[in-house]
Design a protein around this ligand. Sequence first.
Ligand code: HGY
Ligand code: MN
Ligand code: MN
Ligand code: MN
Length: 385
Amino acid sequence: MSDFTDLWNEIAPIGRADSGGYLRYALTEPELTLRDWFRTQAARRDMLVTDDGNGNLFAWRGEPWAPGTVLTGSHFDSVPHGGGYDGPLGIVSAFLAADRVAKSRSIAIAAFCEEEGGRFGVPCLGSRLLTGAIAPQQAGALKDRDGISFAEALGKTPDGAQPARIGNLKAFVELHVEQGRALETPVGVASAIWPHGRWRMDFAGVGDHAGTTRMTDRHDPMLTFAFAVLAANKEARLTGAHATVGRVQVEPNATNAIPSLVRGWLDARAADTGTLDQLVDGVVRKVTERAGRDGTSLTVTPESVTDEVAFDEALAKQLAARLGNVPILPTGAGHDAGVLSAHVPTAMLFVRNPTGVSHSPAEHATDEDCEAGIEALAAVLEELS
Ligand code: HGY
Ligand code: MN
Ligand code: MN
Ligand code: MN
């Protein structure tokens, strides 16, 4: 068994649900267990572990935040019933790649907090705090579905931005499982992250009895919501963007009651900001018109909208060449690397996913390709550090 398989098997059972997917929400028991695993791996390598007061963990070979350090890593948290590779593959690979890099090289490994936004609603929360992209008070006040705030889960108000520390980093490299079906080689390099965002859409209507209310008297927000889902899908197909509504809340959420409120989150992404804006504006305009006809109302709240991230082109080309001219390709998925790239020379490596599926138990990468990813990451860390 290769050391990847051994290490992978250590974490595979942690937080796995009967669905075969993972329930690893930030700072909950399974993710805290993975943090303990992180500390054990660091200790085995005489690496000092620190946290930045924002929920992010770091393992250091040398002095924390020493100038010239090359940082690698990813995240442990998952979407509900997500795949096991999205995030953890970047951390397991980081430890094994570092093992193959001369001990004299200044390497560090990060486990960023709440990358998926699956618990507190804002993706890349830890890396946004570290870089100052979100204020500590705002982040600390974010609440999960049980009403627990991020500050309560963290045990303190987050410390927030640490520009001097980040400024010392020579580079950040995140290895991540491919999320899509583009790679025909075991490894690829990222060129860019698509512009993307989440928009909370609140549809307000008139709650009433499902059985006694005449159809002509209804102001049913579920109707307007259904129209919105179809409108987003149609606009995406027309514009080449990607859009879905994967999360819905209904009040009072009773079989025999016309809802008073339907809340749905639109996730939309596109290869360029113009196309993304066109999709969102088109959906909002059409759905607002429809709400007028349904006697309902629509309130749209943008949440964590992210512009395109173009990774350092020269660095991407340098690494792709170093790895044998592997493909350089964009991704529609957001990453902590996208947040750090505004502050540190940043690159991403992708490991082929034969199913192409992600945010689902069907997400997969073969041990062989994961080994190739570790070799590639080791070569990149060797080259950059
Ligand atoms: O949702 C995303 O883009 C990423 O997987 N966090
Ligand atoms: Mn993800
Ligand atoms: Mn991820
Ligand atoms: Mn990521």
